[in-house]
Structures are given as structure tokens and as C-alpha cells.
Design a protein around this ligand. Structure first.
Ligand code: SAH
Length: 419
């Protein structure tokens, strides 16, 4: 979501005649697009702002957009007095106001709903993978999560708007569409005639666009994985056989404390149905370790479920208490050293499972999408249908979509040859 917001901000500034630079001392405007999900990310923002204000030219405007802006609000100006703007994730389209009036201080952390989508200039060219946000905010209110506060209540964009943006991306260069939402599979839009559209309808329509060869969506909430959506994996070959469906914990009592009221049976049953629909489907998850009250036994159940489901790619985090959340004031907060120990143990297991899956890909051939050159410029990075990075030697006119034979694997990536 932040990558998408970053594109839109860059496109909006280009529309105002700005050009990109990597050098802070050259910049006329410097924007930190921020994430508030964990405390560490928020802390990094303020230390980066300190560095930026020393390095920038005196006339340059600088400020923050996104969830830290929403969380910090006016206090950001107290911490960094010469900051020019603080704009929340649903008000960054107001950025031109500070360009027109650079001596002002711009603060807007309103939850303006979907207004920004109507006001931002259209992107001229799409990257090969186009992110299409179809839904903003979240109604689930997991007790650890700051997102309902920073991005507001859940809102689905009109179906026609989503399709129009998808078509425009396809006509301007996209090959893959990734639908985005904090709770993407909860997408639900009812038009003026009373017809209700869901994510499965969007996928079905998108699959008809000839330029689009790959479709995916993130992030999914388990109980919203409805049968119409699961059946898409059987009927739409363009839908990639890969799904991020965070479980967060393998302990039923911790899930209840997290206000994620699904049973482990329901979760595993969804995976069973997905495998019937698409036998090669692979699942990834997010995990939180050290949630308040998590016992050794609760943690062992997380290890057990990770082993059972064999997630091929996961994100695991130490629980981080966040303002405006219920879990931050729960008793039995877990000491930092225990969180760190549990995280290391879980990461070891997840890495082992990932390596095993990567090894199982050797000698197979996948249709992969070009991501771009690696840092050395000697290799190209492609993405497999399971979102693994696959590195191939650079060649002239490398196709955007290529059949790649996997020749080697390690934990983090694959090596391959273009066929
Ligand atoms: N529904 C959104 C949530 C974004 S946050 C999505 O899935 O995209 C991404 C992940 O960060 C969550 O799935 C969760 O595992 C982790 N997370 C959220 N709040 C956290 C907290 N307070 N401490 C640690 N990890 C957290």
C-alpha cells in the first residue's frame, strides 16, 4: 500500500513539474512516506527527519505523509519545529497546497475516505506490476493493530473505478495486477442499482483483459475467504497460485485475545479447499510472537501450525505495543528477551521450510515476470508464480514475461536460465 502511495505522490509532483533526485541536498521537496505498524518504524522516521533537516538546502520543503503523520499529528511539529507538512494516508493529495504556499505549515490527518482517488492525477505509465487499491482501512480491530486508527474504517472503492484504473494500467504497460486492501478479500461494493460486487467479480473481469497475464491480491483475512473467491483459483488460470493469508498465531487462546475470532479448524479448512481448487497453491503468512500473555505452550502451537501448513514465505514480528490499541494495556506483557528468543526460533523454522520449497523447484520451469536488474547490474531478477525471486544472467532484450528453468536454490532466492 505504501509503495502505491509513493507512486501516486511521485506522479502528482511530476505533474507539478518536479523531477526525481536521489540526492537530498539537491531536492526542493523531501517527503517521508511512513508506516506506523510497529514502534521501530515510527522511531526511524524521526531520526531520519533529523538527518534530513541537516542535509537539505534551507529552502527545501520537507515533511511526512502516511500513518506516522496520522499518528503523530501536530506533535510532529513540536518534535521537528521546521517541518513543513504532516499529511495522513488519506490526505496526501493535499500536498500541492504547501507547494503553492511554502511559508505555511500544512497539517491534515483527516480520514477523507476515498476522496484522494478522485483528485490525484492519472499515472502516465504503469510499471509491469500495477498495484490497484480497491479498499481502504479495516473494520476488524485486531487488538494489536494501529491500522484502523491510522487508515480508518473499511471503505470499498466503486467497482467501475477499480476496473477503470486496472484497464488504464493494462493499456499503459502493466502485465500483472495486484489488488490491494488492508482486508482485500472483504471488498464489497453495492452500486446505485443495488448490485453488489466482490473481489471475485473484479478478478473475473480483470482476467478478460488480454494484456494482463497475472493477478494476485493482498492481504487476506481468513474468514473473508469465501467460496466464490476460492473457486477463482480453479477457474482463472491468470490468478497466481499464491496467497498471503496471515494466521498471526497458532494458539486459539492468543487468537481470541488478538480479536481474530477464527478457529484453527476453519483456517486449515480454507487451505484444504484452496488446495482442491488449485493443487499447486502455496500460502504465506504473517506471525506475531510475544503477544501479551503468550505462554511457552502458546508459542509451541505457533511452531506447530507453521510446520503443518508449510508456509513458503512469511513475515514474523515481535509484538510491538502501539498507541490506540487494546493490547498495549493488556496485562502480562512479554519481556523483550523472550520475544527475541521466540522470534529467532520461529524464523529458523520458517527459513528451513522456505529453503525446502525452493529446493523442490529445481529443474522445474515457471513463467516468470521481470522485476528489473539486481544491484550489480549483471543479473536480472524475475518473480515466479509463487513470488520467489529468481536470478538470471543479464541478456539483451530480456522478455518481460519469460519461461525460466530453475537451476539452483537457496533460502532467499532461486537461480534460473531463460528458456
Ligand atoms: N491487514 C494488514 C495489516 C498490516 S500490518 C495487512 O495484512 O496488510 C502487517 C503485519 O504486521 C500484520 O499482519 C501483523 O503480523 C504485523 N503487525 C501488526 N501490528 C503489529 C504489532 N503491534 N506488533 C507486531 N506486529 C504487528
Amino acid at each position: 500500500m505504501n509503495v502505491y502511495d509513493g507512486w501516486r505522490i511521485a506522479a502528482m509532483l511530476e505533474h507539478h513539474g518536479f523531477v526525481r533526485t536521489d540526492a537530498i541536498p539537491d531536492a526542493d521537496i523531501i517527503i517521508l512516506n511512513t508506516c506506523a505498524v510497529r514502534a521501530k518504524a515510527t522511531d526511524k522516521v524521526f531520526s531520519a527527519l533529523g538527518r534530513i533537516r541537516r542535509a537539505k538546502k534551507p529552502s527545501a520543503l520537507f515533511g511526512i505523509v502516511g500513518c506516522v503523520a496520522r499518528e503523530a499529528g501536530a506533535t510532529a511539529f513540536r518534535r521537528i519545529p521546521d517541518l513543513n507538512f504532516v499529511l495522513g494516508p488519506q490526505s496526501y493529495h493535499k500536498l500541492p497546497q504547501i507547494i503553492e504556499n511554502p511559508d505555511a505549515r500544512l497539517l491534515n490527518i483527516d480520514l477523507g475516505g476515498l476522496e484522494k482517488f478522485d483528485q490525484l492525477p492519472q499515472m502516465e505509465k504503469s510499471p509491469l506490476v500495477a498495484y490497484i487499491p480497491i479498499q481502504e482501512g479495516c473494520n476488524h480491530c485486531c487488538t494489536y493493530c494501529i491500522v484502523p486508527y491510522t487508515r480508518g474504517r473499511e471503505l470499498s472503492r466503486p467497482f467501475d473505478d477499480c476496473l477503470r484504473e486496472t484497464l488504464h494500467a493494462a493499456k499503459t504497460g502493466a502485465i500483472e495486477i495486484c489488488f490491494l486492501g488492508q482486508n482485500v478479500n472483504g471488498y464489497k461494493y453495492t452500486d446505485e442499482n443495488g448490485k453488489t460486487y466482490r473481489l471475485s467479480d473484479l478478478i473475473r473481469e480483470t482476467a478478460k483483459i488480454p494484456e494482463i497475464m497475472r493477478i494476485r491480491f493482498t492481504s487476506s483475512y481468513p474468514t473473508e475467504m469465501t467460496d466464490d473467491l476460492i473457486s477463482m483459483f480453479a477457474t482463472e488460470p491468470k490468478l497466481l497460485p499464491f496467497l498471503n493469508m496471515p494466521i498471526q498465531s497458532g494458539s486459539q487462546s492468543i487468537l481470541t485475545k488478538m480479536n481474530r475470532p477464527y478457529s484453527l479448524e476453519l483456517y486449515t479448512d480454507i487451505i484444504r479447499k484452496l488446495k482442491i481448487a488449485r493443487p499447486d497453491i502455496q500460502i504465506s503468512s504473517d506471525f506475531i510472537v510475544g503477544f501479551p500473555g503468550e505462554s511457552d505452550d502458546d508459542f509451541e502451537q505457533t511452531m506447530k501450525i507453521a510446520q503443518q501448513i508449510k508456509y513458503i514465505n512469511s513475515y514474523s514480528f515481535k509484538y510491538s505495543p502501539r498507541p490506540h490499541t487494546a493490547a498495549a494495556i493488556m496485562p502480562d506483557q512479554i519481556p523483550e528477551n523472550i520475544k527475541a528468543e521466540r522470534l529467532a526460533k520461529l524464523d529458523n523454522l520458517l527459513n528451513e521450510i522456505q529453503r525446502e520449497f525452493n529446493n523442490s523447484c529445481i529443474d522445474k520451469t515457471f513463467q516468470c515476470l521481470l522485476e528489473g536488474p539486481d544491484k550489480t547490474g549483471r543479473h536480472l531478477i524475475y518473480r515466479t508464480p509463487f513470488m520467489q525471486q529468481c536470478i538470471v544472467d543479464t541478456c539483451n532484450n530480456a522478455p518481460a514475461l519469460a519461461r525460466v528453468k530453475i537451476t539452483a536454490a537457496n533460502k532467499a532466492s532461486l537461480r534460473g536460465k531463460l528458456e
